[in-house]
Design a protein around this ligand. Structure first.
Ligand code: NDP
Length: 332
């Protein structure tokens, strides 16, 4: 049966302005990096996308290389579902994709050259069956390409009508300042920087948040749950659950986040979450959203129940001073 979106989808979600732009993004966005490739049946993918959209999540984040085992399979699957069920909602959706990492063989399938960025965007549009994407990101700074070249390519694809807004991802403070300056000169402002920020990874607090705030650039925080480590997924089990990200091959969660020290911290943090009447995941998301510089948290999900749990975060985004102090104490 064809999907019909919930009429009440905009009743509860909160939306924040993305930097100085006119674009509102939901405080919770959904990423398709994991669990949307060939390994995940299409009906499960549909269930998650429909659940998200029904709950007011309007923003879906992809990249050229998302999807396992085949790079690009997440865009292909997303394109299939768009075509079969979501086409009539296209104007209610913000779809992003990126290029920057390894995608195809040879010298033009990686990096930040004009050749790579333009060719990759065309491939992404084809895979998704779209005429344009809402946001196109340079996925990572490329020290081997002049920044002017990458940024001019971004500005030009906006002028070609293939992209509405452009962004950068994984750019540090100084790189961001330079990219913003060049894009401003080209009259195509930098909408957003997509970065890793969560309770365990806080480098953005040193300088980047200030740069984003001062330049009116939005901030999309990916892996806000530390790929699942900042949830109750691993603290209540002796062994790694079979259906979890950590049990899959080719993921970085274990080396990054699943050591004893961090798990002990999550256990303690979970006690504060319980006192707040929240799940651990909800508190971790609210904690990221406490920063005024943050536009949205970009979550992943292996099942639709996780999306429901995470969206309930918006019922309590406030922290008492005392809670912040206790959290800092655990994290230090
Ligand atoms: P998260 O930190 O949100 O981790 C998602 C994982 O956490 C899920 O797969 C699930 O794990 C677990 N989870 C989610 N909600 C819950 C819950 N309520 N209770 C228990 N467990 C939960 O984000 P990701 O690391 O997946 O990244 C999100 C998105 O960010 C990506 O899809 C991508 O769009 C973007 N991204 C961008 C990068 C960049 O370089 N720009 C890099 C990485 C990500 P499980 O699968 O075990 O159930």
């Amino acid at each position: 049966m064809k999907y019909t979106a919930d009429e009440k989808r905009y009743d509860n979600m909160k939306y924040r302005k993305c930097g100085n732009s006119g674009l509102y993004l939901p405080v919770i966005s959904l990423g398709l990096w994991q669990n949307f490739g060939e390994e995940t049946p299409l009906d499960i993918q549909k269930k998650k996308l429909f659940k998200a959209f029904d709950l007011g999540i309007t923003h879906f984040d992809l990249a050229n290389n998302y999807g396992r085992p085949k790079d690009g399979s997440a865009e292909e699957n997303f394109g299939r579902i768009l075509k079969s069920d979501l086409r009539s909602y296209r104007d209610e959706m913000i779809i992003s994709t990126k290029a920057g990492y390894d995608m195809w063989a040879g010298p033009y399938g990686n990096g930040g050259s004009r050749k790579y960025l333009m060719a990759s965007l065309d491939q992404s549009l084809k895979r998704m069956g779209l005429e344009y994407v809402d946001i196109f990101y340079h996925h990572r700074p490329d020290p081997d390409t002049p920044l002017e070249e990458s940024m001019t390519a971004l500005a030009d694809i906006v002028k070609q009508g293939k992209v509405l807004y452009v962004g950068i991802s994984n750019y540090k403070a100084e790189e961001t300042e330079q990219a913003v300056k060049i894009l401003n000169e080209l009259k195509v402002p930098c909408l957003i920087n997509q970065i890793r920020y969560n309770m365990f990874e806080r480098w953005a607090e040193e300088k980047l948040f200030e740069v984003l705030e001062n330049s009116g650039t939005g901030c999309m925080c990916y892996s806000p749950l530390a790929q699942g480590a900042l949830t109750n997924r691993y603290i209540n089990n002796k062994d790694i659950p079979d259906d979890s990200r950590a049990a899959k091959t080719g993921t970085t969660i274990e080396e990054r986040y699943l050591d004893e020290e961090k798990l002990l911290k999550v256990k303690k943090l979970n006690e504060i979450a319980e006192e707040r009447g929240q799940s651990m995941a909800q508190m971790a998301l609210a904690w990221v959203l406490r920063r005024k510089e943050v536009t949205s948290v970009l979550i992943g999900a292996s099942r639709s129940e996780q999306i429901e749990d995470n969206v309930k975060t918006i019922q309590n985004l406030e922290f008492l001073e005392d809670e912040i102090v206790k959290i800092e104490d655990i994290l230090k």
